[in-house]
Design a protein around this ligand. Structure first.
Ligand SMILES: [Zn+2]
Length: 381
């Protein structure tokens, strides 16, 4: 199941332009509003480094972590409002039920400047002209990923395409930041060029990525298919439903029937306790753990611990599993190690590692916490 399919169809703020982000045509006719030739821009206390900040690829929202306004967003908001003295601060964070939106990552900001207000429109024109000039040099220095205003979008990752068609956004400029921009580590704020932060990594296709707490400069492995699924629907922050109330009873939080901050925190604690990817979302793994009866497809269906180990021995001779590995082989390992059913996620977390180390010790192998073909063989006996 694709995440976009389970997220509902509300088109708010940025959800509407998704399809045009990667493939939409360039639009003749220039910027969303007339730009001044010598725009008034923001002032950095750091000189422009050479070379300047690299251009990351498009970094769309893949996790649901909307509870904080990130430092780079807060600094940009404050400087823009102070510099131009027009409009007002709209929202930064938002629920995760609006389609793909960096508001759900705390790395977007809506500057409320209406195209029908002359002064506000002029302020927006100054900022956008300054930001996007010279192939987006200033956007790169700030870590601005894209902006939308008056039915047009400009993305730093497609700077040579200029302004393209989008929708809405006549009463505010939407600003999405890259991860470096959101963390406030770009040269505009620090004077230094940092390595590209790739942000959270999707583990299972169609599911939210685990939350991030630090920069990811290594990139992401390709997502894999979920090795088991449930009849429940993913419920991210902001979602409502009777099933949410059911989960709240089990998580010991007030039954509001909505994934609120308390529920999200409880979900994350539950996920850590049960070796599930810490997404903060009532996702398929979490539903399968909370409500085992809802599992409708499982790659270890009918397997005992012993038969799972034999299956691994026969199928995974050339596979190495370690912390962070994911997929059917991990699920088979978890089954084979006799881990509790609530922790059969197909994701190799700390509990899986501990269980593997114990088992390795038991069969007289070094407790490496890494499963190789030789380990499967020893474990299967
Ligand atoms: Zn927005």
């Amino acid at each position: 199941m694709h995440r976009t399919a389970v997220r509902g169809a509300t088109l708010a703020c940025v959800g509407v332009l998704l399809t045009s982000l990667a493939t939409g045509p360039a639009v003749a006719g220039g910027p969303p509003v007339p730009f001044p030739s010598s725009p008034r821009g923001l002032t950095s206390s750091h000189p422009t480094p050479s070379p300047i900040d690299p251009v990351p690829r498009y970094q769309g929202q893949v996790a649901c972590q909307p509870v904080t306004t990130r430092p780079g967003v807060a600094k940009l908001r404050s400087l823009v409002l102070k510099t131009y003295g027009q409009g007002w601060a709209g929202r930064t964070t938002g629920p995760c039920t609006e389609g793909v939106s960096e508001h759900a990552d705390g790395r977007a900001w809506d500057w409320m400047v209406d195209v029908t207000d002359k002064k506000e429109k002029a302020a927006a024109a100054n900022f956008l002209a300054w930001l996007t000039r010279d192939q987006g040099r200033n956007a790169r220095r700030l870590g601005v990923m894209y902006v939308i205003y008056n039915e047009k979008i400009w993305g730093v990752y497609r700077a040579s395409d200029g302004w393209r068609a989008s929708a809405g956004h006549r009463d505010h400029v939407h600003i999405s930041l890259s991860w470096n921009g959101a963390r406030g580590t770009t040269s505009f704020w620090t004077g230094k060029v940092h390595a590209i932060d790739h942000g959270p990594c999707t583990i299972f296709s169609g599911q939210y990525a685990p939350v991030t707490r630090s920069a990811n400069t290594r990139g992401c492995a390709s997502p894999v298919s979920l090795p088991r699924s449930t009849t429940h629907t993913s419920r991210p922050f902001g979602a409502r439903g009777a099933d949410v109330g059911w989960a709240q009873d089990r998580l010991g939080v007030p039954r509001t029937q909505a994934v609120d901050t308390r529920t999200r925190t409880a979900v994350m604690a539950y996920q850590r306790q049960h070796d599930l990817p810490e997404t903060g979302v009532l996702d398929e793994n979490t539903w399968a753990s909370l409500d085992p009866g809802s599992v409708d497809r499982s790659a270890v269906k009918g397997m005992t611990a012993a038969s799972a180990l034999r299956y691994g021995r026969d199928h995974y001779q050339s596979t190495t599993l370690r912390r962070g590995s994911a997929g059917k082989a991990v699920l088979v390992l978890q089954r084979g190690l006799g881990m509790p059913r609530q922790s059969w996620s197909g994701w190799f977390g700390p509990d899986t590692q501990a269980a593997l180390e114990q088992a390795q010790t038991r069969v007289g192998r070094a407790p490496t916490g890494t499963a190789t073909g030789a380990d499967w063989k020893a474990l299967a006996g």
